[in-house]
Design a protein around this ligand. Structure first.
Ligand code: SAM
Length: 280
């Protein structure tokens, strides 16, 4: 039984990094007229109220999107992210937070397609409502890990696979890479973005080692920490591993991550990493 609900965490520091990277990749894909596909293997509920019980309880968004909402002179990639979130809050106050599938459906064009997977029986219904019968979307109440392999290679031959598990099941740490390797075999030119939490650093070290030993090429890692590594605080940092990233992403993140570490870090422990895991 799945117990993770993203509504407790929406808009936190991990979402800031995750969704800034997502928006940059989608905007880059839009530079060509040719259609592309967006595959979200772990889509969540799509829209989150930051004034509802779950977000109010954890207040995680306060040291995430909340800390950037009124800021000036943001690094460009963060400015683009905050502007997208503002488009979901047209009254000016920060009340709603869009998840990855809503951000994508907002940014994609008529010719593009979305394939979304969500396994939680409540969140799939919320997602269906949030998408308002968008004709470009195929929504599956299925295991995104298993099912998305059948989509590859996509008919568009261009696109992003966004992989954002909750790692509630520890096997996810191993499964993510196995799935990516299978997808990559079928669609080596696609862009893949994998989110990971740093709860136990050794698990991430293991993923990095496996990527470096794999047949994947052109892989970059971007990590943002609120606290130094520790086993006592739950998730202290999180990162995005991007395969075939837009050539512009690294430069944008060089500017954005020091800023985010400073603004969103706790007790002066904010930190970041940028790493080329595999060359082109
Ligand atoms: C971190 S949340 C997703 C957040 C979303 N990607 C976003 O950025 O707004 C992970 C979601 O994956 C769902 N989930 C867990 N295992 C899954 C699986 N095997 N296939 C599809 N969805 C799954 C959970 O119910 C949860 O809603």
């Amino acid at each position: 039984m799945l117990s993770y609900r993203h509504s407790f965490h929406a808009g936190n520091f991990a979402d800031v990094l995750k969704h800034s990277v997502l928006i940059h990749i989608l905007e880059h894909l839009k530079k060509k007229q040719k259609p592309f596909c967006y595959v979200d293997t772990h889509a969540g509920a799509g829209r989150y109220s930051l004034t509802a019980e779950h977000a109010e309880k954890t207040q995680e968004y306060v040291q995430g999107i909340g800390a950037l909402w009124q800021a000036n002179n943001l690094p460009p990639v963060i400015d683009a992210y905050v502007n997208v979130i503002k488009e979901f809050n047209s009254q000016g106050d920060l009340n709603d937070y869009p998840g990855s599938p809503l951000i994508a459906s907002h940014l994609l064009r008529r010719q593009d397609r979305l394939f979304l997977y969500e396994l939680h029986s409540t969140d799939i219904k919320l997602l269906e409502t949030a998408l308002q019968k968008d004709k470009r979307v195929q929504l599956y109440h299925e295991d995104g890990f298993k099912h998305c392999i059948g989509l590859m290679p996509p008919v568009q031959r261009r696109g992003l696979v966004f992989i954002d598990p909750s790692y509630e099941v520890k096997a996810d740490y191993e499964q993510v890479l196995e799935i990516i390797l299978q997808l990559y075999k079928r669609f080596a030119t696609g862009t893949y973005a994998l989110w990971y939490p740093v709860v136990e650093r050794s698990r991430i070290n293991e993923i990095e080692k496996k990527i470096q030993a794999s047949q994947l090429n052109n892989v970059q890692l971007f990590e943002l920490g609120q606290l130094a590594d520790s086993r006592e605080h739950g998730m202290t940092a999180s990162g995005m591993i991007v395969i075939n990233p837009p050539w512009t992403l690294n430069k944008e993140m060089q500017q954005a991550l020091p800023y985010l570490a400073e603004q969103l870090g706790i007790a002066n422990q904010g930190n970041y990493r940028i790493k080329q895991l595999k060359d082109e």
